[in-house]
Design a protein around this ligand. Structure first.
Ligand code: AMP
Ligand code: GLY
Length: 450
């Protein structure tokens, strides 16, 4: 069958690559895809502006038209924005089974107030919190609670909406700036103010298959993947500004079996119960952002999709057919699906354009020593790079940089040390102007903790 993958990041390259490995997949249509999917076996990028058959159809309707035109029988939606806008509903209405929650369930990421209300209602282990639309009331509450305290914009804010305030002054400034729209625009008009949690963070990605009908038949479930860890700060030692993610590892040794079983009991199971009770149609992936505290794991957030760059570390360890997993999510057979994992580790540092997360230049040639990458058991997942369409000179490469996070070099090893050495050996064979990457992904002291 043919499958359409929506998105253009490193996560979507990884999803497309893994789908393409399946015998049941004939072609992966990537919309719009990126420089990675452009050269991936069985994958084809589609650029809306070049589709004559779209005839003026734009926005989310264009995805449906492209999927229909190409006879796609499955859709996988990568990023949160189209999910929050209801793209999954449109695909289902058009008769295309889709991996990605429908509109209502997708608001669990789009509104932190809704997510926290859900967690409190169903007793999901999480930080105490309160929601405010009045600045004055928010400021009074902060004074009562004291610092440290966490101030969060309610809406989607591309990582800019959370302020972990160490002092009362910082918290008060955050309230002022979020509510006047200067940090996160409209997203900050409503605020969630949250208890500060001490601990180390991990991410657990999972497959979800919940509908009213499945629940009545006892088929609704959430099936967790291996644990993973993102490294969000720009510099080694978890220093510097926040980024979209500078690298990931999987699995994480400090997510012990005891912690995983606490997570299942206190977070996963109540979440499943909540999704069922709310009658959500949630067939897709979920990302649990967790803080490992002294009192056990607490849920910091839900993302209604796979994490980026965690996906680049987790999917290569899958020893099962990913396309069949996706199908099982949509048709109610996920509960019977057997997930097997490669024994070992995956380490995936990310290379970024110099200047990121502030301004950076684009259009640089990317040199990749394929032999070194292959010998290191690594795979390069492209994020911010595109096919080079300039007139080819002998020095031109097939890819040029086009974004902040350019690529992840994800390597396997039977031990963590081996995976780590492989990843950095492969990375040493990749070059572009002003390239920058962290040298400590997965090492002690690299993880965010407080
Ligand atoms: P979120 O988007 O809600 O996951 O928040 C972004 C980041 O802020 C998280 O990855 C944590 O590093 C930090 N954070 C969020 N909530 C808390 C909390 N309650 N206590 C401490 N740190 C937090
Ligand atoms: N890695 C965190 C995220 O995808 O938002």
């Amino acid at each position: 069958m043919k499958v359409i993958v929506v998105g253009n990041g490193g996560r979507e390259h990884t999803i497309a690559w893994k789908l393409a490995q399946s015998n049941i997949i004939e072609e992966v249509i990537c919309v719009p895809g990126n420089g990675g999917t452009a050269f991936e076996k069985k994958c084809r990028n589609i650029d809306f502006s070049k589709c004559e058959y779209l005839n003026g159809i734009t926005g989310n309707d264009a995805y449906i038209k492209v999927a229909k035109e190409n006879n796609c029988e499955l859709a996988v939606i990568g990023p949160e924005n189209p999910l929050a806008e209801g793209l999954a509903d449109l695909f289902w209405n058009a008769g295309i089974p889709t991996v990605g929650p429908k509109f209502q369930a997708a608001q669990l990421e789009a509104s932190k107030d809704l997510a926290k209300g859900f967690m409190h209602k169903y007793n999901v282990a999480c930080a105490k919190s309160k929601t405010f639309t009045s600045k004055e009331e928010a400021l009074i509450y902060i004074k009562e609670q004291g610092a440290p305290i966490v101030v969060k914009a309610d809406g989607l804010a591309a990582g800019k909406g959370v302020v972990v305030a160490k002092t009362l002054e910082e918290a008060e400034n955050a309230v002022e700036q979020l509510m006047d729209g200067s940090i996160a625009g409209e997203a900050g008009k409503k605020l969630v103010i949250e208890e500060y949690l001490r601990g180390t963070e991990i991410s657990i990605l999972a497959a979800v298959s919940v509908t009213k009908e499945f629940s009545e038949q006892g088929k609704s479930c959430i099936v967790p993947f291996l644990s993973a860890r993102d490294h969000k700060r720009l510099f080694d030692g978890a220093k510097g500004p926040n980024t979209g993610g500078m690298g990931a590892i999987a699995p994480v040794d400090d997510a012990t079996p005891a912690i995983i079983s606490q997570f299942e009991k206190n977070i996963l199971e109540p979440t499943l119960k909540g999704l069922e009770s709310e009658n959500y149609d949630y067939r897709g992936f979920i990302f649990f952002g967790l803080m490992l505290t002294e009192d056990g794991p607490k849920c910091l957030e839900y993302n209604v999709r796979l994490g980026d760059p965690e996906t680049q570390a987790v999917l290569p360890l899958m020893d099962f057919d990913f396309a069949s997993l996706c199908k099982s999510i949509t048709d109610g057979s996920l509960k019977d699906f057997k997930l097997e994992w490669k024994k070992g580790y995956q380490v995936a540092p990310v290379a970024v354009s110099g200047g990121y997360p502030k301004s950076y230049k684009k259009g640089y040639n990317i040199i990749i020593n394929e032999e070194k990458v292959n010998e290191s058991n690594a795979k390069v997942f492209i994020a911010g790079a595109m096919e080079n369409r300039r007139s080819q000179s002998p020095d031109d490469t097939k890819l040029v940089t086009s974004g902040g996070r350019v690529l992840a070099c994800s390597a396997y090893g039977t031990t963590f040390d081996e995976a780590w050495k492989n990843a950095y050996e492969a990375m040493s064979g990749i070059k572009f102007n002003d390239m920058f990457y962290r040298k400590d992904i997965g090492l002690p002291g690299a993880a965010e903790s407080n």
